[in-house]
Design a protein around this ligand. Structure first.
Ligand code: AMP
Length: 427
């Protein structure tokens, strides 16, 4: 009974609390994300955490892992079929159509930071709620735009200080040339049907492209000699891919061609790419994206080519820690106000209000702890200064200013405290 009670109040399996001590990493990543978007001209968009289920089942693909087994789908009290956002691109495209963003100069460049929900088997770096930084460039098929999106992803990770990354690239063709490739792929895998895993048996019938993505040792061996999508591209896709490679070379991006790279969502066309930590590879991909030229039309809009990228924030945090990258600490209030006695308590409250009005962040003691205990608290909050008020200070209109590092103390007139703190905190 006791155990059951405790379990009831744990975060749900596959989710995590982001505690205050983790926040410096999160803010650091968010700030770099925002500043890279500013640098490349992407504007923020926020969409709801849930959408009509059909938006996702139609766009991501019924046979994908996400739609077939990972979506958090439920009927709300009004009987609407709702799904918690399992990826960020489809909602952005929905908003693009709904609000007539197509009337803006194209490409329309948008970014988001949002929680993503997938009912996956939780393991290291894999959660049921994770967070993505993603961006989309909608309305142009130019391979220069693919290069921009890839370049931006690469610079983003580099600006965070991450090293030893690998940029994997492939082209999976368009709706004209992909069917020919899928026929070749199916024929090849049918010849190996005896050695396929049960999941791949199913993929062979329903979603052959995903055969290349299977991580089981036997299937990996079979994939090694499978036909390559890049060898089945139509002339237009071939031209697009070679232009893209030329742009990437121009940008000095060290891409690696990866014929197995197909990504987990059905809407991709032509370009697909991923950025992975060199040591771990595909299991712990930091981010990925690609072109999705048919998605907006599938959602009922006009034919609109587009390309995008998304990165997982939790995985970035893990890699920042693994690579020992120094993160700027978050600055909290650096002044602590301590008091002794009831009269001083009122004065402390007045003082705190006045200092905050002057723009100085303060933490005010509460309760009736001893001065020693209050100073211990100031220390553990990493306050640089403590302002101490007792009966004598109240009577004389003064305060004691204590430097927490050196323990040096100085008596000051209340009216000069703000100025003194401002001067000291600037250093
Ligand atoms: P995707 O939307 O599948 O292309 O994923 C984009 C990025 O989000 C991946 O490269 C990962 O960094 C991250 N990601 C995807 N799924 C998860 C998950 N279940 N838990 C944590 N991060 C994830």
């Amino acid at each position: 009974m006791k155990q059951e009670k405790a379990r009831l109040y744990q975060a749900p399996r596959g989710t995590a609390d982001i505690l205050p001590e983790e926040q410096a990493h999160w803010r650091y990543i968010e700030q770099e994300a925002v500043s890279i978007c500013r640098l490349y001209g992407y504007e923020r968009i926020d969409t709801p955490a849930f959408e009509d289920t059909r938006l996702f089942s139609r766009s991501i693909g019924e046979e994908t892992d996400i739609v077939s087994k990972e979506m958090y789908t439920f009927s709300d009290r009004g009987g609407n079929q709702i799904t918690l956002r399992p990826e960020g691109t489809a909602p952005v495209c929905r908003a693009y159509l709904e609000h007539g963003l197509k009337n803006r100069p194209k490409p329309v460049r948008l970014y988001y930071l949002a929680p993503i929900f997938r009912y996956e088997r939780p393991q290291s770096g894999r959660y049921r709620q994770h967070h993505q930084f993603g961006y989309e460039a909608i309305g142009d098929g130019d391979p220069a735009l693919d290069a921009e999106v890839i370049d931006m992803a690469w610079r983003f990770f580099r600006s965070l200080g991450l090293e030893r990354l690998s940029l994997q690239l492939n082209s999976i063709g368009c709706k004209k040339c992909r069917p020919g490739y899928l026929i070749a792929l199916k024929a090849y895998y049918t010849g190996h049907i005896k050695n396929l895993c049960p999941d791949c048996d199913r993929r062979l019938v329903r979603n052959p492209l995903r055969l290349l993505d299977c991580k089981r040792p036997n299937c990996l061996k079979i994939a090694a000699s499978a036909p390559k999508s890049s060898e089945y591209l139509c002339p237009a896709c071939q031209e697009h891919f070679s232009q893209l490679k030329r742009y990437l070379a121009q940008l000095e991006l060290p891409f690696v061609l990866n014929h197995f790279l197909v990504r987990g969502l059905d809407y991709y066309t032509r370009t697909v790419f991923e950025i992975q930590p060199e040591a771990e590879g595909a299991q712990s991909t930091l981010g990925g994206g690609g072109r999705y030229d048919d998605l907006i039309a599938e959602l009922g809009g006009p034919p609109t080519p587009a390309v995008g990228f998304a990165a997982g924030v939790e995985r970035i945090v893990v890699n920042l820690k693994r690579q020992d990258i120094a993160i700027p600490p978050l600055a909290g209030p650096r002044v602590f106000i301590a008091y002794i006695g009831d009269e001083a308590r009122d004065e402390a409250a007045r003082l705190a209000a006045g200092l905050r009005q002057d723009g100085i962040g303060v933490i005010q003691a509460v309760g009736s702890k001893s001065l020693k205990a209050q100073l211990r608290q100031a220390n553990s909050l990493k306050s640089r200064y403590a302002v101490i008020i007792g009966e004598q200070e109240v009577n004389t209109g003064t305060v004691v200013l204590r430097d927490m590092a050196s323990s040096e103390q100085k008596i000051l007139a209340v009216k000069s405290l703000a100025e003194e703190l401002q001067a000291r905190l600037c250093n």
